[in-house]
Design a protein around this ligand. Structure first.
Ligand code: GLU
Length: 300
């Protein structure tokens, strides 16, 4: 765990500008901002805009407007991930040197075909915590010649983490099981020092051919570069911590503490999505609601 050096706690809210913010985001942002204040710490806003196809400037502006309206103050300049691809590329190179990533050329169709060919019905095939079928491993064991040939052909590919090998190497580096410290509550109700279970993800994508990163890699690199000491975020991202911890060990990065919080749900118990218009902060604002009412709505 990150050594307490006597410096202030550093917390962050890290939204992706691929939609308008809703009550769930308001809760997450206020949760981090309030906690930073209580701890006498610093609060950062980070724009996670690596998916340049889905992120839009108006959504980013919407984030600044909505957070300012809520009374949240953040340090400047704001780190925008799209401006730091070289940092992620450096981390990717390190993973390549450690030989824990491999290029995967599989299309979605090839993945589905491989699952069908396994004889296991799709409904019984394991799904990772992000909702994608666990990668069936095609292109994992191919020869160097075939790999080079596919690259030479200009085939599109993603870098996948060989999760099992990565965990093994990380455990060798730490000389112990890889763990993290959860101050909130896991979806299963645990907290304290917990062991990672990265096998739930299988071989996750850590970078793409054209974008040298993924959510997992960028968030890990940035939390370290920005000196984040306490990561707060929704419980939906709890399992992602397994991957982040392994990456931290492999990349020699400090270990923050984690505090995952519950999710705001709609009346039917469903998690709010970007399309949950009635819960959108812009809509609530133009309907005349105040920041104090928003706090009450999310139970703060
Ligand atoms: N950018 C992520 C999201 O909008 C959150 C990242 C994090 O808090 O780790 O869901």
């Amino acid at each position: 765990m990150q050594e307490k050096t006597g410096g202030p706690e550093v917390l962050r809210f890290a939204p992706s500008p691929n939609g308008w913010l809703h009550l769930g985001h308001a809760y997450s942002a206020l949760f981090a901002f309030d906690l930073a204040k209580t701890l006498g710490g610093r609060f950062l806003l980070r724009i996670e805009d690596i998916d340049t196809g889905r992120c839009r400037p108006e959504y980013e502006q919407g984030i600044y407007d909505d957070l300012a309206w809520l009374g949240i103050e953040w340090e400047r300049p704001v780190r925008r991930q799209s401006e730091h691809f070289d940092d992620y590329e450096k981390a990717l190179r390190r993973l390549q040197q450690l030989d824990v990533v491999y290029p995967c050329f599989a299309t979605r169709k090839e993945i589905n075909d491989a699952i069908a060919a396994s004889g296991i019905p799709l409904r019984n095939w394991p799904v990772d915590p992000d909702g994608a079928p666990v990668y069936p491993g095609i292109y994992k064991e191919i020869s160097r010649e075939r790999r080079n040939h596919l690259m030479w052909e200009g085939r599109s590919y993603a870098w996948r983490l060989d999760t099992e090998k990565a965990l093994r190497i990380a455990e060798t580096m730490t000389g112990a099981p890889v763990t993290f410290h959860e101050e909130g509550i896991s979806p299963g109700g645990d907290n304290g020092t917990l062991e990672v279970k990265p096998e739930l993800f299988g071989d996750v994508i850590v970078a793409r051919k054209d974008v040298p990163t993924s959510y997992h890699l960028a968030v890990t690199v940035d939390d370290a570069l920005q000196g984040v000491t306490l990561v707060t975020r929704g419980q939906d991202l709890f399992p992602a911590t397994y991957i982040h911890r392994i990456l931290q060990v492999l990349l020699g990065l400090p270990e923050p503490r984690y505090r995952h919080h519950g999710l705001i749900r709609d009346e039917t118990g469903r998690r709010l999505s970007k399309s949950a218009k009635d819960m959108g902060l812009r809509e609530l604002r133009s309907a005349g609601h105040t920041p104090v009412e928003i706090r009450r709505m999310v139970g703060l």
